[in-house]
Design a protein around this ligand. Structure first.
Ligand code: MRU
Length: 337
């Protein structure tokens, strides 16, 4: 099952807002629908939104009414701007859009633009599948029989095209016969852990326990977990990691308890020349915090802070598992080709 797929009549995406109760597909016929799907988090997860943005550009090219190469390029620039405005933190989104721009910039005719832009979007999707397989293979070597692993948010097949990064490692270790158990924090406010990670683990038959986010310190202190593996939205030059809000607390707790804290991500997530201060942390709608299942959980008029991501300094990261292998500290991505 693929999270996102290009078909003749549109881009099919799994509607993640309906999981785990309903498995529905949304058919996006134009780039605006893709942009909305990213904003509404019908599709989410750094690699998946990168692929979605690339396919959005491909739809823009396919649907273009431009009569000349210049007119088509103008439309694609507009589509790129709209797609880039959806979510600011994940590097993959911008990485994919920049790759698409290079392709249309180098095309010599209208036909070539359309053909090459669609080809490139499909290539980005296939590369994501391949990267997840490599990450999962490398990462599974770090998993031992009997491990109790904590993951966070959803870095699974639903956050990518298929398989996943952090969860891909867990699935691959399990498929190799390693006896493992996974702890899944629910991941407030949008519950990606409870809704999506638990869904994927259940489908795979991997033993797991759901916990609330405030139980993480407790399970570490009690020795109930011995490894942490999470994904990333952006990793800057010296291995500082931006990931779902709450990741930082997990990392420092793991550090204090001497539990390895691994981050899994493809190179498309790495912003090799950026420093943490260059990264914009997305602020989301206050309703995500104020409401659970459409029920207001605080007095009306309550003010809210809702950052979607936080920064885990590289010094708390035991290793970064990438599609090019496992990278150990000290991290300096500006030297890696
Ligand atoms: O807000 P989300 O659900 O898009 O956040 C997703 C995460 O933080 C994931 O951990 C990250 O994108 C890595 S996915 C392989």
């Amino acid at each position: 099952m693929r999270t996102i797929e290009w078909k003749d009549d549109g881009v099919y995406i799994i509607d993640q807002t309906k999981l785990p109760h309903e498995l529905n597909f949304i058919v996006c016929k134009d780039y605006e629908r893709i942009a909305l799907a990213i904003e509404k988090m019908e599709i989410r997860g750094a690699p998946a939104i990168g692929v979605a943005a690339a396919m959005g550009i491909a739809l823009a090219a396919k649907n273009s009414k431009g009569k000349s190469i210049e007119e088509i390029k103008k439309e694609l620039i507009k589509a790129k701007r709209r797609l880039a405005s959806t979510r600011p933190t994940a590097k993959n989104l911008f990485w994919a859009l920049e790759r698409m721009e290079k392709v249309w910039e180098n095309a010599n005719s209208s036909e070539e633009i359309i053909e090459n832009v669609i080809k490139e979007a499909l290539k980005i999707a296939q590369e994501d599948i391949d990267s997840c397989r490599k990450i999962s293979e490398y990462g599974s070597s770090l998993i031992d029989d009997g491990d109790k692993i904590l993951t966070y948010c959803n870095a699974g097949g639903l956050a990518c095209v298929e398989l996943g990064t952090a969860l891909g490692i867990i699935k691959t270790a399990f498929r190799k016969g390693k006896k493992i158990e996974v702890y899944v924090p629910e991941t407030r406010p949008l519950l990606q852990g409870a809704r999506l990670t638990a869904f994927e683990l259940k489908m795979e038959g991997i033993p797991y326990k759901l916990i609330t986010d405030n139980m993480i310190g407790y399970i570490m202190q009690k020795g109930l977990v011995n490894k942490v593996i999470v994904g990333a939205d952006r990793i800057t030059r010296y291995g500082d990691v931006f990931n779902k809000i709450g990741t930082y607390l997990i990392a420092i707790s793991a550090y204090i308890h001497k539990i390895p804290f691994y981050v899994a991500a493809p190179f498309s997530t790495i912003d090799a020349n950026a420093l943490p201060e260059d990264v914009i942390i997305e602020e989301r709608n206050e309703k995500e915090v104020l409401y659970i299942n459409n029920m207001l959980i605080a007095p009306s008029g309550t003010k809210v802070l809702n950052p979607a991501f936080d920064l885990t300094p590289g010094k708390y990261v035991s290793a970064i598992i990438t599609d090019k292998g496992i990278i150990w500290p000290p991290y300096d991505f500006s030297t890696i080709k």
